[in-house]
Ligand binder design. Structure first.
Ligand code: NDP
Ligand code: 8X3
Length: 258
């Protein structure tokens, strides 16, 4: 396959797992240089070694929490010169916590989702945007969700954060209009990652049931779509894209054979 990202530097948040990790692999295979960000440094380190070995990828790791703007600012100031010229930002770090009615929800869970999914995305974008603006080129991909198109029972605050991501993608499309910077909003449906384990606070058995009885998307399925979006000619933008498993019709209708 042609190495269609040759020479491009991509920053991927949430690269230690799931969609972010898969995107790092697909981008590496296609010749990108990578800046990979997540909190779990040891997981990033394993990925670093794998990608260096397989593809000889140049990688810079940032162990940081997207909720902490001061830490991000500090870490960004430390990015070595050869990794600074970022062209692609994948705003992927995010999570759900809990699945219950609003009046049963935990304030701690709400804060974590709002701070990560909304404020974290804004913080990283604020630090990368000047680099893209300076060269009047680049691509920001925001990973929202089908949950940002339709609220499902007990999804309340998680869905609200993804509606917010969708709104921010629309806002960015307007704000960056007149530049060559492209914005793509990606809405995946059910993807089997660590997402549900995190949502259910480590209950792996419960998490498994979410993906039982049908073929869910993999992180790589989503990563391949992201690659497609970011390798189109510069005058072509996919503003918004919805990807679901074939078995999934809506957020609540999934054909399961159990
Ligand atoms: P995973 O749990 O597998 O991955 C989430 C990633 O986000 C991890 O790398 C995690 O890294 C990172 N992350 C979480 N919180 C923070 C933080 N505060 N600072 C930095 N990094 C953070 O889930 P997915 O891959 O499924 O999720 C990726 C994105 O896709 C999320 O935004 C999610 O909402 C969205 N999505 C997922 C769907 C699904 O069905 N799985 C469907 C639609 C959208 P670490 O813990 O090391 O910091
Ligand atoms: C993740 C997909 O349906 O579990 O955004 O909310 S879902």
């Amino acid at each position: 396959m042609a190495r269609c990202l040759d020479g491009k530097i991509a920053l991927i948040t949430g690269a230690s797992s799931g969609i972010g990790e898969a995107t790092a692999k697909v981008f590496a295979e296609n010749g990108a240089k990578l800046v990979l960000l997540a909190r779990r440094k040891e997981r990033l380190q394993i990925l670093y070694e794998e990608l260096q070995q397989k593809f000889n990828t140049q990688i810079y790791l940032i162990a940081a929490d997207v909720r902490n703007y001061d830490q991000l600012e500090r870490e960004f100031s430390l990015i070595p010169e050869e990794f600074k010229d970022i062209s692609i930002l994948i705003n992927n770090a995010g999570l759900a916590r809990g699945l219950e009615k609003i009046y049963e929800g935990s304030v701690k869970d709400w804060d974590e989702m709002i701070d990560t999914n909304i404020k974290g995305l804004l913080y990283v974008t604020k630090l990368v945007a000047p680099i893209l603006l300076q060269k009047n080129s680049g691509h920001i991909v925001n990973i929202a969700s089908l949950a940002g198109r339709a609220v499902y029972p007990n999804g309340n605050v998680y869905c609200a954060t993804k509606y917010a991501v969708k709104a921010l993608s629309e806002a960015m499309i307007i704000d960056f209009n007149g530049t060559n910077i492209r914005i793509t909003n990606v809405d995946p449906g059910l993807v089997e990652t660590e997402f549900s384990i995190v949502r259910f606070h480590g209950d792996a058995e419960r998490a498994k049931t979410v993906y039982k009885g049908y073929k869910p998307l993999t992180g790589k399925d989503v990563a391949d779509v992201i690659l497609f979006c970011v390798t189109l000619p510069e005058h072509v933008t996919i503003q918004d894209i919805l990807i679901t498993p074939t078995a999934q019709a809506t957020a609540t209708i999934v054909s399961k054979k159990i």
